[in-house]
Design a protein around this ligand. Structure first.
Ligand code: HEM
Ligand SMILES: [Cu+2]
Length: 559
């Protein structure tokens, strides 16, 4: 029996959400290619330099907000119901949040399209960070608010199912996948409150003309309170896959269940009180506060290093089960031809590189060198653009048959796809990093200025442009391969043949009993997380409010 037979209703929910996620990635990927070619001068005839910013907004919103959120709620719906072995309580409630998220996405997307299509009287070329003073049509903000509120519904569904399960299984440890999904959603509740206040309290009334102005510093701070933690909302679903499924793809088992729980809790605690590291360049926030948040930022490296250690150890365990030997020889025994495995493993490898760059971004002093340059997109195409996106594609090859009851088609195409993504990303991202070091700005349709010559230390700009354009093309081909496999599988007949995937998720070598019970007490962890947020944010927010709630301008800069 596969998941779709056990949980036909939840399987339909997963299918709906991931179908929207893939629709977003298809359009977003095309726009990614177009903007890469526009910036590098390969193709500039299709739209104007001004329309570039609508394309870029669509790319950022569809990829970083829509694709990630929709895929995550689908993945977690599968993980929670499978690991608790029970369906959701109320179908109307579940479809209600799916509908809210969908309506919100359509509203936001149509608003952005207004910048490209003359007869849509809306505009939203405000980029996916949508800060003031850039202003969009109210429909854009409304759409984003619905997307976020809808996703809260998903979290409510997981916690609801967990409570019902607990009532029936008193004293038992929470199954690991549910533990991970719920702790991620708790993080999401805590952090998205900031963006909800920003949008509903400030940007939406401002765009409706109800309030005359907003305070850009305050709203940016609310945004980044959300904006750093959101990167863990993107990353933790990938960790969910690396911890609970990658060991299985490798032929082994996770080493330690408790360690995985500790890692997720560390993210719950440490993700939010560091958002000011995105505002090193903002005036009106004291250097001392920036320094404190920089220090906390470096603590966040810890759970990721713990993840690297356990995941690699689990892979080695798998390889040795498959007959691998030697200090490094076991690497050859891994199933590199299986795209679910190779996609996750390559995503992890790329994430390690992204992590190193992230430490550069996090340093107050070196940050000044790369701030707002194309280095930054170079960095996050390694993290969210690969660690998350490629992991999602990889797990799809394994999950899709279970939620559709259909066999995976175009297997050879699937086997090649992760390698194509890897190669394309190495070209594009490496060149973006290097161009950023030479000072090339991000978010710029034609990054050329009179009297400014960008001089990379080695080679020249034309070579870097070529690598960005070529990498983007390879990435786009890889994306087409992925979509072809998905569409072919989905359209395939549901035959009588068995699925050829085994939906069983093995337990860890060292189970949850090895760790203390308090790990499962979310109330304690949420309380500590809230205290940390209050400590980190009360001082800066209070000083920003000194001059009134809606007054633009910043507090005096402490010297
Ligand atoms: C086909 C693959 C992709 C290509 C060719 C591509 C290309 C690009 C380029 C060239 C930029 C920089 C534009 C500029 O700063 O002027 C960019 C920005 C961005 N990309 Fe991608 N990308 C791809 C996939 C992804 C994925 C998978 C994600 C996330 C899941 C992603 C998220 C973003 C975000 C958030 C931005 C920043 C937008 C902004 O600055 O407002 N991209 N992309
Ligand atoms: Cu950050």
């Amino acid at each position: 029996m596969s998941y779709v037979d056990d949980f036909p209703h939840e399987a339909a929910v997963v299918r709906a959400t991931i179908a929207i996620a893939f629709g977003a990635v298809a359009v977003g990927g095309l726009f990614g290619l177009l903007q890469a070619w526009f910036r590098t001068g390969v193709e500039r005839a299709l739209f104007s330099p001004v329309q570039y910013y609508s394309i870029l907004t669509a790319h950022g919103v569809l990829m970083a907000l829509v694709f990630t959120t929709f895929f995550t709620v689908g993945l977690f719906t599968w993980g929670v119901t499978r690991s608790l072995d029970r369906g959701f309580h109320d179908r109307r409630f579940t479809w209600g949040w799916v509908a809210l998220m969908t309506v919100g996405t359509v509203l936001a997307f149509v608003s952005i399209l207004g910048g490209l299509v003359g007869w849509i009287p809306l505009h939203a070329a405000v980029l996916y960070t949508f800060y003031a003073p850039l202003e969009a049509s109210p429909t854009f903000y409304l759409g984003l608010a619905l997307l976020v509120v809808g996703s809260w519904g998903a979290g409510v569904d997981y916690i609801w199912a967990l409570r019902e399960w607990r009532a029936e299984n008193p004293g038992e440890r929470i199954p690991l996948q549910t533990f991970m999904a719920v702790s991620t959603m708790l993080l999401w509740f805590i952090c998205s409150l900031g963006v909800a206040v920003e949008v509903v309290g400030f940007l939406l009334p401002w765009s409706l003309g109800l309030i005359p102005a907003v305070n850009p510093l305050l709203t940016r701070t609310l945004f980044w309170y959300f904006g750093h933690a959101v990167v863990y909302f993107w990353l933790l679903p990938a960790y969910f896959v690396w911890y609970t499924l990658l060991p299985k793809f490798a032929g082994g088992r996770l080493v330690s269940d408790s360690l995985a729980r500790v890692v997720f809790l560390l993210f719950l605690l440490l993700s939010t009180p560091v958002g000011i590291h995105h505002q090193y360049g903002d005036p009106g926030i004291s250097q001392g506060l920036k320094f404190v948040q920089m220090t906390s930022t470096y603590f966040i490296v810890l759970p990721s290093l713990m993840t690297a250690f356990t995941v690699v150890a689990s892979m080695e365990h798998g390889a040795r089960q498959r007959g691998g030997t030697g200090r490094f020889g076991w690497l050859r025994a891994l199933p590199w031809e299986n795209p679910s495995f190779s996609g996750c493993a390559l995503a992890g490898l790329i994430f390690a590189a992204g992590g190193f760059g992230g430490m550069v971004n996090a340093g107050m002093n070196v940050n000044a060198m790369i701030h707002n340059t194309i280095w930054v997109p170079g960095h996050f195409h390694l993290t969210v653009g690969t660690a998350t996106a490629l992991t999602f594609m990889a797990v799809t090859y394994w999950l899709l048959p279970q939620i559709t009851g259909k066999r995976l088609r175009l297997r050879t195409v699937a086997a090649v796809q992760p390698y194509l993504w890897f190669v394309g990303m190495v070209f594009m991202s490496n060149a973006m990093h290097r161009a950023g070091l030479a000072g090339v700005p991000r978010r710029t349709s034609i990054p050329q200025y009179a009297q400014v010559v960008f001089r990379p230390p080695i080679s020249g700009m034309s070579e870097l442009h070529l690598q960005i354009a070529l990498g983007a093309a390879i990435l786009f081909v890889s994306l087409l391969c992925f979509l072809a496999v998905v569409v072919a599988t989905w359209l395939g007949a549901r035959g009588a043949e068995p699925l050829a995937v085994n939906g069983h998720v093995p337990d860890a070598l060292s189970g949850p009993e090895a760790g203390p019970r308090i790990l499962d007490d979310f109330r304690v962890w949420v309380a500590i997380a809230v205290v940390l947020v209050v400590i980190a944010y009360s001082v800066p927010i209070a000083s920003m409010l000194q001059h009134g709630l809606f007054t633009p301008g910043s507090a005096p800069i402490p010297t």
